[in-house]
Design a protein around this ligand. Structure first.
Ligand SMILES: *[C@@H]1O[C@H](CO)[C@@H](O)[C@H](O)[C@H]1NC(C)=O
Ligand SMILES: *[C@@H]1O[C@H](CO)[C@@H](O)[C@H](O)[C@H]1NC(C)=O
Length: 251
């Protein structure tokens, strides 16, 4: 294929953007509550939509907390949609998180070890998920909607290496080329990555939108995404904002 043709095809499918123009904060009893943000939408009708983080992971991570809100757009048995996939050098999908339909729940993947946390995901219903992992204690934890759902131990006792590519919405099949595996059809917002293990208090504050800090490795409001194949940005009112507890205090 002629090189200029390739460049044209790339620019036609790529849109870059940053979402912080959508940020909004409300105060509740003097406490800041994040109310609005931007979301990434991976539409049903698109083929292999995905988003790549423009920045790289700058340093090795021997601990991490990955938290996000997401909702799936369909419920098909045996189907997983990849929320986060990190690939570095030849190791594709070294660290990943997915949501799976048919009651299979939330999946955490670290270097050939895969953990499935059974949970019934209702299509079009937002779920808040945090996965923490530490190479120091070997412990991992998955929180769903502010509760610890499962804790386990992992063999991969080495750090996540820097310099790789973060993808939301699909897995890189081969050196950033194919993105057809486990394609997500749904929405993702407030995905943040920290280089330490958040406490359960921090996680419940994230789930009710009162945690004041964004990720120190990926901060959602500052992240720049390259959008491919029909993935798009839109403003979103955060799901925690509609929680009964918050409504009550507002009325
Ligand atoms: C990548 O990680 C996801 C999420 O944990 C997992 O579902 C999938 O099987 C992995 N894919 C490959 C090709 O390793
Ligand atoms: C949010 O969660 C934290 C931790 O559980 C709690 O202390 C706080 O009162 C909650 N705030 C709201 C507004 O629900």
């Amino acid at each position: 294929m002629h090189p200029t043709f390739l460049i044209l095809v790339l620019t036609a499918t790529l849109a870059t953007g940053q979402g912080n123009r959508y940020e909004a904060t409300t105060y509740l009893n003097g406490e800041p509550v994040k109310e609005e943000s931007y979301q990434l939408i991976f539409p049903l009708e698109a083929t292999a939509p995905h988003a790549n983080l423009v920045a790289m992971i700058p340093r090795p991570l021997s601990e991490m907390s990955l938290c996000y809100w997401a909702r799936l757009h369909r419920d098909i048995e045996d189907e997983c949609g990849v929320i986060f996939s990190y690939s570095v050098d030849a190791i594709l999908n070294d660290t990943a998180a997915a949501m799976c339909s048919g009651g299979r729940g939330v999946r955490f993947h670290r270097h050939q070890e895969v953990f499935d946390i059974l949970f019934s995901l209702v299509p079009y219903t937002w779920v808040h998920v945090c996965t923490t992992w530490s190479a120091i204690t070997s412990k991992w934890q998955v929180y769903i909607n502010d509760q610890i759902y499962r804790t386990g131990y992992i063999n991969s006792g080495f750090a996540i290496q820097p310099g790789g590519v973060v993808t939301i919405g699909a897995v890189q099949d081969d050196a950033g080329e194919g993105y057809e595996s486990e394609v997500l059809k749904g929405q993702v917002t407030e995905l943040n990555l920290w280089d330490y293990v958040l406490s359960s208090k921090d996680v419940s504050r994230l789930a009710n939108c009162t945690f004041p800090h964004e990720g120190n490795v990926i901060a959602w409001s500052e992240a720049m995404w390259e959008m491919y194949n029909g993935a798009r940005f839109a403003p979103v009112r955060l799901p925690c904002f509609g929680k009964p507890m918050l409504h009550k205090q507002y009325n």
